[in-house]
Design a protein. Sequence first.
Length: 266
Amino acid sequence: MGRNKYTAHIAVVASAVGLSLAVWAASAVTQTEAEASAGGGRPTAAQSPSKDAEGPAQAPPKKTPESIAHDAEAGGTAVNITIDDGPDPRWTPQMLDILKENGVKAVFCMVGPEAKRHPDLVKRVVADGHRLCDHTISHDTAMDKKSVAYQKRQILDAKKMIEDAAGGVEVEYYRAPGGAFTPDSRRIAAAAGMRPLGWNVDTKDFELPGAASIVNTVKNELSNGPTILFHDGGGDRSQTVVALRQVLPWLKQQGHAFSFPVRTTP
């Protein structure tokens, strides 16, 4: 065969092969599309199962705010009962009995070493449905003037003591002694999952003003906000016991429900 005829023959064969390949490719694409539309064949990227398909996407947990909480979770006219400086083997059980009699839950702001000394009381507080709050190691009302390292030890060491005494139950709030919060102490607490906790009504029961005065302070200052401060440790709390027995029924008569302080923001 001459060179020109041989070249022409090769061109014809190549053309035929190319046409066959094109027809086969088109057929394969058409078949794949048909299978995909029918739900058969290997899933495409759009069809491939993903981790999200295994269940609804989980929202990331809310970060604990560093701002100082005062509001009640229940909103409205609900109030928060908070009790500081214990637990104390004489006064805490009496207050727990009064709270139970009235169907009221409270936040107990505990001093670390006292919680360590009285784990039975810490466990009873938890068993009765109350919440725990970190009130530092040494109740230093001037800790806002101390180093960040000192504040961190006071807060985190107390948290561990309280949680150990509670059998691992989480401490949900942090209250600075005497309200001596700092931006650093609030940040440290929030990073550890504890909402800084303030108050609106200071009964000043630690000054031993008399049970009647404690009750009147609650009645006169409740318009300031919902979080009320009492004490179950740090001294003679007999006046507080008497006052609490009167205050809780009065709050109910005024139409107040009982709540816990907010921990997160909407």
